[in-house]
Structures are given as structure tokens and as C-alpha cells.
Design a protein around this ligand. Structure first.
Ligand code: NAI
Ligand code: MG
Length: 349
């Protein structure tokens, strides 16, 4: 029996409602599978914790988290009491940075029974692998002069190492999926970093027996709207991946179902799994938060831990629940967080 040690941080707002529900689903999936178990330790780090201790987590917080196999996080933020830059930088972004979570991975899938804003969504099922440590979001640059003469320079930083790392991950993921990797580029306009990215993509692709394409980001963004069903795994730099991820979540129909993973690759630190949505203060405490984003995030965590069977079972239970119209109000349904969770658990069985 494999035992995985999971650090659970429900955080704020609806994080406290959807995380316990997702754990119920994960534990049920593990039990049905019978070959692994999750040993969960919950940490109360949040804005409540901040109000009491003046910090989002203890000084040795990262040290405590380091020994876990994965981190399962809800959402952080309670802007009425703690400014967002304090709460996010004091917990979430600290973990992402210090634990070198270099990739952000976000799937987008058409789920039958969901209202996609696309008029005629065909069954798209894609994953965006975003390089998340450098690229366009670098801190290299500066501003000089003032007034009319003022100049701002923002440098893009592309390293062979980080680009290769993201691409290898994308190819290995595609091997387990539909054997197709698309690279997001813009080498017709960005003349140093993007040709470099393209060269690396070409050399990495030669190590795999996988179909590839490379599209400029403008056209690629348009294809996400007009024919998203053509994609499998899409690998992109930090900025391009950021934009594509949001389009992916948008065409699915609700932020309440979108999952994400922050992946660390060198085995030194745990990866962190958290849904795309925030703490949703507007609906917190009402029992109507959609738990699917958190549950699907848990599914990604099981995939990452190598428990593909249990992960696939969770996905199909989510799909059956939505297809049968058991949906929270954000999906135009009338079910509660609890009812959606119970339905997912019953479809697991
Ligand atoms: P949000 O994602 O919390 O909410 C945006 C809208 O989507 C709201 O109307 C909310 O009710 C709805 N929504 C979100 N998740 C839902 C769910 N599971 N079920 C049903 N409806 C859902 O974003 P917002 O309002 O901009 O931010 C609120 C707080 O969350 C802020 O403090 C923000 O900084 C924080 N935040 C934290 C994130 C994280 O922890 N990764 C990500 C995004 C925001
Ligand atoms: Mg974004």
C-alpha cells in the first residue's frame, strides 16, 4: 500500500467549504482503488491566522511543508480584512517561488451539460503547460528619465534549461494523452527569444515520437475559440501560457470548475495543487460554492502521484454528475456544494 503525505491548506472563504469536500472524494477514490492511501495534515494558514498572528504562516512554514509529497490548497484572500498583496505574497506566492514550482499546468475540457460560451463546442480536451519561472515575467529591466523622455525597458528572460524543462514535461504528458504537442510562439515579431524557443522546441521534439505544431500566439488564441478540439498539449512561455490558460477556463463555462497544478520538477520540493478560482467572498458561507474545481484539482494531484486509475475514476464521476444536471448555481443549477459532492461520490462507486 502506497501512502502519500498531503499538506492541506484550505485557506480562506470557500476554500474552507470545497477543500473538505474534495478530500471526501479523494479518500473515497483511494478506498475504492485499494492500493494507496492519503495521509492528510491540515494547516490553518489563512487570513484568520494572519489576524491572530500577524503573518500568513509561521516562520518555519515552508520547512514544515517541505517534507510532504504534495500540497493541496484551497484559496487565499480576504480583501475586506487583509490586503491581497499581503495575503497572497505571504502564503501562496511564497510557496510557488520558494518551492521552485516552475510549471503551471491547466487543463480545459468540454464537459457535456455545461454551458460553454462557444456556440457549438465540440469535445475539446486540452492541457496548457505554462513555463512559470521566467520569460516575459522577469524582473530584469528598468526606467530612466522623466516626462516626455521617460523610457521603460522590460527584458524577456529565456533560458535553455527552463524552456527544455517545460517542453519535456509537455511531451511526456502528451505521451499519456493524444500524442500531440503544440508550441506557442511569436518568432515573426519577437526576434531573439522566440526563435530560440522554436529551436529548443524542435530539438526536444526529436527525442519523442509525437506529432507537433507551432503556431504564433495570435493565431493560436483564435484557434482556442474557433477549433479548440484540435489541441492536445500546448506548451507556452509565461505570458502566452497565462493568456491561453484564461481562454481555456473561459471556454469551459465557469471558473468554479477549472483546476490547476504548480509543478516542481527536480524532486527537491512538493508540487502544489490549487483550483483557478479564489476565495469567492461573495458566496462564502452559503453552501453553494462549486466543489468541482477543487475536486478536479485533486484528480490532477492523483495523476501527479501516479494514481491514474483513481484519477480517471474521479474525472468520469465529475462528468456524469454534470451531465445529469447536478450543478451549483454558477452553472445555472440549484444543487448545493454538499449535493454535488455526494453525487460525485455516488458515481465513483
Ligand atoms: P474569485 O475567483 O474568488 O471569484 C470570482 C467570481 O467567481 C465570484 O463571483 C465568485 O463567486 C465566483 N466563483 C469563484 N469560485 C467559485 C466556485 N467554486 N463556485 C461558484 N462560484 C465561484 O476571484 P475574486 O473575487 O477576484 O477574488 C476573491 C479573493 O480571492 C481575493 O482576495 C483574491 O486575491 C483571491 N484569489 C485567490 C486566488 C488563489 O488563492 N489562487 C486566485 C484568485 C483570487
Ligand atoms: Mg491569469
Amino acid at each position: 500500500m502506497n501512502t502519500y503525505k498531503i499538506a492541506v491548506i484550505p485557506g480562506d472563504g470557500i476554500g474552507n467549504e470545497v477543500v473538505p469536500k474534495a478530500l471526501e472524494v479523494l479518500k473515497q477514490a483511494a478506498e475504492l482503488n485499494g492500493t494507496f492511501q492519503l495521509e492528510c495534515t491540515t494547516f490553518p494558514w489563512s487570513c484568520d491566522y494572519y489576524m491572530e498572528h500577524g503573518k500568513m504562516m509561521p516562520d518555519d512554514g515552508l520547512e514544515q511543508l517541505k517534507k510532504f509529497d504534495a500540497i493541496f490548497l484551497g484559496a487565499v484572500g480576504d480583501p475586506a480584512r487583509v490586503p491581497d498583496h499581503v495575503s497572497l505574497w505571504g502564503l501562496l506566492l511564497k510557496i510557488r517561488r520558494q518551492f521552485k514550482q516552475q510549471l503551471n499546468v491547466r487543463p480545459a475540457k468540454y464537459l457535456k451539460g455545461l454551458e460553454s460560451p462557444l456556440k457549438n463546442p465540440k469535445g475539446f480536451d486540452l492541457v496548457i503547460v505554462r513555463e512559470n519561472s521566467e520569460g516575459e515575467y522577469s524582473e530584469v529591466g528598468g526606467r530612466i528619465y522623466q516626462g516626455e523622455d521617460e523610457i521603460a525597458i522590460q527584458n524577456n528572460v529565456f533560458s535553455r534549461k527552463a524552456s527544455e524543462r517545460a517542453m519535456h514535461y509537455a511531451f511526456q504528458l502528451a505521451e499519456k494523452r493524444k500524442n500531440y504537442v503544440t508550441s506557442a510562439t511569436k518568432s515573426n515579431g519577437i526576434v531573439y527569444s522566440m526563435p530560440f524557443w522554436d529551436e529548443i522546441f524542435k530539438s526536444v521534439s526529436e527525442k519523442y515520437n509525437i506529432k507537433t505544431d507551432s503556431f504564433h500566439i495570435d493565431a493560436l488564441s483564435a484557434y482556442f475559440i474557433t477549433k479548440p478540439e484540435m489541441f492536445d498539449v500546448v506548451v507556452a512561455s509565461n505570458l502566452f501560457g497565462d493568456i491561453l490558460s484564461d481562454i481555456g477556463a473561459a471556454i469551459m463555462g465557469s471558473i468554479g470548475i477549472a483546476p490547476a497544478a504548480n509543478i516542481h520538477l527536480d524532486g527537491e520540493y512538493p508540487s502544489m495543487f490549487e483550483p483557478v478560482h479564489g476565495s469567492a467572498p461573495d458566496i462564502a458561507g452559503k453552501g453553494i460554492a462549486n466543489p468541482i474545481g477543487q475536486i478536479w484539482t485533486g484528480k490532477m494531484m492523483l495523476d501527479h502521484l501516479g494514481e491514474k486509475n483513481a484519477a480517471d475514476n474521479i474525472m468520469s464521476a465529475i462528468e456524469q454528475t454534470i451531465a445529469n444536471g447536478i450543478k451549483t448555481p454558477d452553472l445555472s443549477g440549484s444543487a448545493s456544494t454538499k449535493e454535488v459532492t455526494e453525487a460525485i461520490i455516488s458515481y465513483l462507486k
